[in-house]
Design a protein around this ligand. Structure first.
Ligand SMILES: [Zn+2]
Ligand SMILES: [Zn+2]
Length: 228
């Protein structure tokens, strides 16, 4: 499945639904990304627990201190709770958080290079933040642009509505995959034309999504790897 032709390798290192043998589950979500354009490891969210997170990263034979950049989708414990463990191993790390919570992270993680993201920006070559969106809860998603100019969306909980992240990504290029927590999302027409629907973590209507998109729906478990 993993070939040199791909642009990104994605490994699920934290989720609460299911796991492959030897991996641990916990409440939250985290995805380890290997960017073949830069040869960097990036972590999107950190789950709710450092020990579970670090166990799962090591289970993939990756040293957590190799991670160059961490992107926190939003400031909820099930997405930011594992951050302290990575920070202890590598305190010089770059961390990208929604602008609204920038000061909080700067105060707590004084050695890290914390960036508050307001508008869409390139975080690593071909990996973009959506920018922070939403009102009560500010949240960012990641858009991974492949060599074929197609977009893979990684989302945390999508509190501001998954459709708003999809609409933003579609302005860049065609969306081929969306992976993460869909929360109470039911506006299913926005998923039409997306080949890979990886609804997991906090997705409430997972059964309905699977039923409506039986060929596109992919079950996401801790320990899974995907290439795009
Ligand atoms: Zn949340
Ligand atoms: Zn969540």
């Amino acid at each position: 499945m993993i070939s040199k032709e791909n642009s990104f390798e994605i490994r699920i290192v934290f989720d609460n639904k299911c796991n492959e043998e030897g991996f641990l589950t916990g409440f939250g979500f985290a995805v380890l990304i290997y960017n073949k354009f830069t040869k960097n490891y990036l972590l999107f969210d950190t789950g709710g627990n450092s020990e579970v997170l670090i166990h799962n990263i090591k289970k993939f034979n990756i040293n957590p201190s190799e991670i160059k950049k961490i992107i926190i989708s939003h400031n909820h414990h099930d997405h930011a709770g594992g951050l302290s463990g990575i920070y202890r191993l590598n305190s010089n790390i770059e961390i990208y958080v929604p602008k609204r919570v920038e000061q909080l992270y700067k105060q707590n993680l004084t050695k890290a290079k914390v960036t508050g993201v307001s508008d869409s920006m390139e975080i690593d070559q071909n990996i973009y933040s959506s920018g922070q969106i939403g009102s009560t809860i500010k949240e960012q998603a990641l858009f991974l642009k492949t060599k074929n100019n197609e977009i893979v969306i990684l989302v945390g909980c999508t509190h501001p509505g998954l459709e708003n992240f999809i609409l933003k990504a579609q302005k860049i290029s065609k969306v081929i995959a969306v992976i993460g927590g869909f929360h109470g999302f039911q506006k299913y027409s926005y998923l039409e034309g997306i080949d890979f629907i990886g609804a997991c973590h906090c997705t409430q209507h997972i059964g309905s999504i699977q039923k409506r998109f039986p060929d596109q729906f992919k079950q996401i478990c801790v320990g899974n790897s995907f290439s795009f």
